[in-house]
Ligand binder design. Structure first.
Ligand SMILES: *[C@@H]1O[C@H](CO)[C@@H](O)[C@H](O)[C@H]1NC(C)=O
Ligand SMILES: *[C@@H]1O[C@H](CO)[C@@H](O)[C@H](O)[C@H]1NC(C)=O
Ligand SMILES: *[C@@H]1O[C@H](CO)[C@@H](O)[C@H](O)[C@H]1NC(C)=O
Length: 434
């Protein structure tokens, strides 16, 4: 074989191969590149999604609101949604639904309310007097008749005889009251607190000025306490289950022409603005629609609260902003009173008198020790929106006595410390109208 031929043969093969490669490369380079890019992108996305998927639960469990050591998907959703709804209630120098206008009038009003709600103290008064008995039928208080009997029927209760609930109407005969009932909230002489007067309360509100309470089971207890103070029995609810909404007509016997007003309650632990027909009941939250009642029941006064069903600060404050922005825009005439959240008390059955300082401590269950900090977050949001902040935390944080029993150191017995909340509400309305 001629070496040159051999060389040329080899050279020919190489040339053809190079040509082939070159041709292949030239004709297919675009599709190869784009195929590679597509696959890399797909792979990248899969990896990112996988990583996020792996990270989701650790991130969620770390960052999402914790309550009762649990996390549910509703709260996850609202937690993430809360970052994308930066709605702020507009600042207004007035108290909505009242004639209080202008910065100095608003400040005067608020410092007066702060004086009697924050600046008081509990004082013992064992002068014989009557108490509103639990005719609204708060079921939490049923257990109180066993744990700390209201009247002199201690003997009857211990012998499992029927307790004479009417006895509270005859205080002279029955002044062996629960100790919790003998304490009164005394305020500075510059801001006296008038004792609750049901006829005057009816007149303060007035005909057809309908009132709606929305919030948790403590707001429901406060609603019942108001009914008790108005001496208004609500209809028998059979099983004594907690109704999630109810409404009564009150004060028709006091106001001219027999025209009273509606007094309603809707349970919504988160003040969520859910549409009518949607109900959400989980072990942690009862959320019932309430917004449509504002129109349907022609509500003029709203008493709101949120807080005892603890969620993270961002979720809590965002929910308030959402609710207030909505109310500001849609119902600017409504007088809104935001009631803050009193804590439950550790070891409540070991107290038979008020305390001097609120309980604190990392061991408090159900985030009770965190409520106060959230109240402080709520106050400026409420006031910025032109609403009334009703501080009951100052009074009730000092009342470890008067709770239901060892299994429920959050709710109170009716009658009991919550009667002072009704008194506060009454006095706020008096100041508003004066
Ligand atoms: C104690 O209660 C009675 C009856 O309500 C009242 O007349 C009296 O002023 C109260 N005492 C004090 C010191 O507030
Ligand atoms: C309680 O009072 C009501 C009305 O005043 C009466 O109808 C009822 O029979 C009384 N109950 C008892 C146990 O005395
Ligand atoms: C109580 O009222 C007096 C005047 O009546 C006032 O000087 C004092 O500062 C008030 N104290 C509080 C704690 O508000």
């Amino acid at each position: 074989m001629d070496s040159r031929n051999g060389n040329s043969w080899l050279a020919g093969v190489m040339r053809r191969q190079i040509q082939g490669l070159t041709c292949f490369h030239l004709s297919n380079s675009r599709s190869v590149l784009s195929t590679v890019v597509v696959w890399e992108v797909v792979l990248g996305l899969v990896m990112v999604a996988g990583t996020l998927g792996l990270l989701f639960w650790p991130l969620f469990l770390t960052l999402s609101p914790a309550y009762s050591d649990n996390h549910d998907f509703t709260s996850a959703t609202s937690y993430f949604v809360s970052f994308f709804q930066p709605t702020l209630p507009k600042f207004v120098p007035l108290v909505r639904g009242t004639s209080i206008q202008g910065l100095s009038a608003v400040q005067r009003f608020r410092s007066h309310v702060a004086c009697f709600s924050e600046g008081g103290r509990w004082e013992y008064n064992d002068t014989v007097r009557a108490f509103p008995r639990n005719i609204a039928g708060d079921p939490h208080s049923d257990r109180c008749e066993v744990s700390h009997v209201f009247v002199m029927n201690a003997v009857a209760a211990s012998q499992e005889q029927e307790v004479d609930l009417n006895a509270s109407q005859r205080p002279e005969e029955n002044w062996n009251m629960r100790e919790a009932l003998k304490w009164e909230w005394q305020t500075n002489s510059s801001c006296p607190l008038l004792p609750f007067n049901s006829n005057d309360f009816c007149k303060q509100i007035g005909s057809k000025r309908n009132v709606l309470f929305v919030g948790d089971s403590i707001n429901q207890q406060i609603y019942w306490t108001l009914l008790n103070n108005l001496n208004k029995e609500v209809e028998d609810r059979g099983s004594r289950a907690l109704p999630d909404e109810e409404i009564a007509e009150v004060c028709g016997d006091v106001l001219p022409g027999g025209e009273g007003f509606k007094l309603g309650f809707v349970r919504n632990d988160r003040l969520s603005l859910i549409p009518p027909g949607v109900f959400s009941t989980t072990p942690y939250f009862h959320e019932f629609p309430w917004v449509h009642y504002l129109k349907q029941w022609e509500i003029q006064i709203l008493v709101l609260n949120r807080g005892a069903h603890y969620e993270a600060d961002e979720v809590y404050t965002q929910a308030l902003r959402n609710a207030f922005s909505f109310l500001q825009a849609q119902y600017p005439h409504i007088l809104v009173v935001y009631r803050d959240t009193p804590p439950g008390h550790q070891d409540c059955m070991s107290f038979n008198a008020p305390i001097q300082e609120r309980q604190t401590g990392v061991n408090m269950p159900y985030h009770w020790a965190d409520f106060h900090a959230q109240n402080l977050l709520a106050k400026p949001i409420v006031e910025q929106a032109g609403y009334i902040y009703m501080n009951v935390d100052s009074m009730l944080s000092l009342r470890p006595d008067g709770h239901v029993d060892a299994d429920d150191c959050l709710h109170y017995c009716l009658p009991g410390p919550l009667d002072s909340v009704i008194n506060l509400f009454y006095n706020i309305l008096r100041v508003v109208d004066s």
